[in-house]
Design a protein around this ligand. Sequence first.
Ligand SMILES: [Zn+2]
Ligand SMILES: [Zn+2]
Length: 299
Amino acid sequence: MKCSRCKKDAIYFQRQSGQYYCGEHFNSYFVKKFMRGIREDKLIKKDEKIAVAVSGGKDSLTLAFLLKKLQVRYPFEMEAVIVDEGISGYRHHTLNAAKNQLEKLEIDYHIETFKDNFGKTLDSFVENNKENACSTCGVLRRYILNKKARELSCTKLATGHNLDDEDQSVIMNLMRGDVIRFSRGQNYYKKISDKFVERIKPLRYFLEKEIVIFALNNNLSFDSSECPYALYAMRGEVGKFLDRMEEVRPTTKYSLLSGYDKILPALNQCFIPESIGVCEICGEPTMDGTCMRCKILEK
Ligand SMILES: [Zn+2]
Ligand SMILES: [Zn+2]
């Protein structure tokens, strides 16, 4: 098929719009949508300092690439933070991809390891409890990212979550009956405590498959190996379900997120406290007496 805008061969058919895109026009569509999102949602203010979380996968490297592009016309500072959880046979591939690509983009980065921060790797944390790997990893990783962003005096922490990730989280939190998590929005953390660096997700309106195409199209050297703990996660199953729904009812993924965003302010009001206490062990903000991180470290 040919591109809907020029006569070149198309590399992508966008079902929701019925448009065919060649490489060049796909790029301009993607970059424009990204820049518009930053502007309309006021995600980045002039001269502020952004920490970007980079894993070495397509999402975070696409995010770093686009933020670098944005920096050219809009002045702000940026540093990358890479978390090495300590997952044998997996992490060193993604770590190298992250380092290589960030060096190419001339973005300064910091590597933070679970071992240095908590005394052991994720592998040893979950040795007898692999089913919990993703939630343990998530709690500890978010702690490190927030702490490092704060230490670097960053005003925002940008992550590469895409539309598929966001939809999966909506469904998962609902399926677990976790009303608090379900009701959290992007500004939740900032709202409840100064100790949290505000989070932004500039890729949350992009389908995962479009990010793959963009990353390939721009020769980003991302690593696509899958985390060995992914098979224990609920996320994978929910992802497959959403893919199937999208297949039979195109635009399902968009509708789910936009519907969720519409009810979010009401959910926020009903279920999210104005402020919360601090952990009795580490002093970080938490809803219960002891924060999740300290509960994991205590075990
Ligand atoms: Zn074209
Ligand atoms: Zn704590």
